[in-house]
Design a protein around this ligand. Structure first.
Ligand code: AMP
Ligand code: ZN
Ligand code: FE
Ligand code: FE
Length: 292
């Protein structure tokens, strides 16, 4: 089951529970040699991850991000890999998104107070720590205060898209995010397509995103069953997208959670993706050389 690649993991810089360096260590221990850190809407964990990766001569750490985007009635998550994460314009955009997340989280806390399920805003920020504040942190605060017995319950009762305490984030079009990541040299992958397929909008979205420059789709994801993997593999093929995979590890101890590398992502898929990355690099270098 173990793969030498994992293209989707989270650290304390978003809503994961391991620091980037703990995460890199665990992934390496599990046999992962090509590892992407993909925190939600932030690249702030990357410096620490790269420092940790220096300890392993045979580890390739890929600078990544997972960006939340919106389509009517649903959220679409786009992974970016090989991004130029120090690009000033890109960082500015991320800072703006993080600020808007703060305001939005504060509104959700206010709604919870109105619902007679108060949590302290300071405590939510404390739980988020260095991480980009999100609903999982509010869910933990609800559990701490005894309003619900689990974070899943917090989502079911209050925080899901249709829940009474939900407030939307700043809306981003998936196509715009594909462009944004493309603009900083990154390759884009549609994350965890199962929910989108259930909502019935996946084919249309894939057509649009392929046109926008999407490269891959997560097929070997977390706990997807073999028949689901096969369905998504065929779908990726139909839309001329590379099949990719990741554990989406958060260290939350959820039953469906897979440790880094504990996914059936085959070497052939890893190699095909890395080949595109190499091609792209040489292409952009060639373009730069021509521009000079
Ligand atoms: P946010 O970016 O603040 O909207 O929070 C989104 C995150 O909340 C996702 O990345 C998941 O980790 C988590 N999440 C979303 N829906 C649920 C759910 N129904 N149960 C548990 N966690 C969820
Ligand atoms: Zn997450
Ligand atoms: Fe996601
Ligand atoms: Fe994720």
């Amino acid at each position: 089951m173990a793969s030498k690649g994992d293209f989707h993991t989270h650290s304390t810089f978003s809503d994961g529970r391991l620091t980037p360096s703990e995460l890199v260590d665990l992934a390496y221990k599990n046999g992962v040699r090509i590892h992407a850190l993909t925190d939600h809407d932030t690249v702030d964990g990357l410096p620490e991850a790269f420092r940790a990766a220096e300890r392993y001569a045979d580890l390739t750490l890929i600078p990544g991000i997972e960006m939340s985007t919106d389509v009517p009635g649903n959220e679409v998550h786009i992974l970016g890999h090989f991004i130029d994460w120090k690009d000033a314009g890109f960082l500015k955009k991320l800072t703006r998104l993080q600020e808007s997340r703060l305001g939005r989280a504060e509104k959700m806390v206010a709604k919870l107070a109105e619902l007679n399920k108060p949590v302290s805003w300071e405590r939510v920020l404390e739980i988020a720590g260095e991480g980009v504040v999100g609903r999982p942190h509010i869910a933990l605060a609800l559990v701490e205060n005894g309003h619900v017995e689990s974070t899943n319950r917090a989502f079911d009762l209050y925080l899901s898209r249709t829940g009474p305490a939900y407030v939307g984030r700043e809306r981003l079009d998936p196509e715009d995010v594909v462009d944004l990541i493309d603009g900083v040299g990154g390759l884009t992958t549609l994350a965890h397509p199962r929910e989108l397929r259930a909502a019935g909008s996946l084919d249309d979205l894939l057509r649009r995103l392929k046109d926008a420059g999407l490269i891959a789709m997560e097929v070997y994801y977390q706990d997807y069953r073999p028949d689901e993997v096969e369905t998504f593999r065929q779908l990726a093929e139909r839309f001329d997208l590379l099949p990719l995979g990741g554990s989406d590890y958060h260290a939350l101890g959820r039953p469906e959670e897979r440790e880094p590398g504990n996914i059936p992502l085959p070497d052939s898929a890893i190699n095909d993706y890395l080949a595109v990355a190499r091609d792209r690099d040489s292409l952009s270098r060639a373009r730069l050389a021509q521009a000079k």
